[in-house]
Design a protein around this ligand. Structure first.
Ligand SMILES: [Fe+2]
Ligand SMILES: [Fe+2]
Length: 280
């Protein structure tokens, strides 16, 4: 494919080229200029990303090693590969959203493109740590956990609000917790460099969650400032508040991301339907 000139060209590169180099190329012109966002571009729906051999996704993946197992280099490699692939899926899904909703406010689209570029950086940071262990992403199983949510987002009557609730306020909100759980696991195992990568990603993720919470509310005027109502209405099943967190709940990061006390509490106490059934 030729050099991308528009945001739309760039996003198609990310989704239609199978290799890591194309997916991780920065969203700008070869001369460093910004890409032009084409207001006349038709909405484009892409069902699945192209993936070269070794990057093909399959349903499910082995359980992630527990943070207290990270003394083992094999366990560290499994985690780093899984996290790198989460970042790669985030890159692709921001490209997917930019193609699907061309008429959203330019400020939101610019925010998504910026987040996409940060996801590319995160992916590279994990890939570098993986390479330091003598390993590579292509030798691991690629789970489709993020892409599995795309059909429900695409079918939602809530449009881009479903994407904001799913991506920003569920998957990325949960990563506020997971990034610190694994930061500490790497640190205790003596892998300070991987711990620092987790911290950097945690810090960036706060801004990604804030972008989603700000825009979900701006696009949900009927809900005023009620984040709980706006989220619960827009989040596509099976995603829900109980998936928006990890085992160690970080209230402070959520406050810094602009989440209201009511929404933070809603997520903190949310239980899965299995837990509720078990409690009966
Ligand atoms: Fe990320
Ligand atoms: Fe993110």
């Amino acid at each position: 494919m030729s050099e991308p000139i528009s945001v739309q060209d760039f996003c198609r590169h990310v989704l239609e080229e199978g290799g890591l180099d194309a997916k991780l190329a920065a969203p700008r012109r070869a001369n460093g200029d910004a890409l032009r966002d084409d207001p006349d571009a038709p909405a484009l729906e892409i069902d699945a990303p192209a993936r070269s051999l070794g990057l093909r996704m399959r349903g499910g993946a082995p359980r992630l090693p527990h943070p207290n197992q990270l003394g083992s280099p094999e366990a560290r490699a499994v985690c780093l590969a899984r996290f790198a692939h989460h970042e790669l899926m985030a890159v692709e899904l921001f490209a997917w959203a930019l193609l699907r909703w061309p008429l959203l406010p330019g400020e939101l689209r610019a925010g998504w493109l910026h987040a996409l570029e940060e996801e590319q950086i995160h992916c590279r940071l994990y890939l570098d740590r993986l390479a330091a262990l003598g390993d590579r992403l292509e030798d691991h199983v690629q789970s489709d956990y993020f892409w599995k949510q795309a059909p429900a987002i695409a079918a939602s009557p809530h449009g881009a609000r479903a994407f904001l609730a799913a991506m920003g306020l569920t998957l990325e909100q949960a990563n506020l917790d997971f990034s610190l759980i694994y930061r500490d696991g790497f640190r205790i195992a003596g892998d300070e460099q991987s711990a620092r990568v987790c911290q950097r990603i945690h810090d960036d993720e706060i801004r990604h969650v804030r972008l989603a919470s700000d825009w979900l509310m701006r696009l949900s005027p009927d809900h005023g400032s009620d984040q709980v109502a706006a989220y619960d209405e827009a989040v596509p099943f099976p995603l829900a508040a109980n998936r928006a967190k990890g085992r160690r709940f970080d209230t402070e990061a959520r406050r810094r991301a602009g989440l209201s006390d009511a929404f933070i509490e809603h997520v903190r106490v949310a239980r899965s339907s299995q837990e509720k059934a078990g409690a009966r």
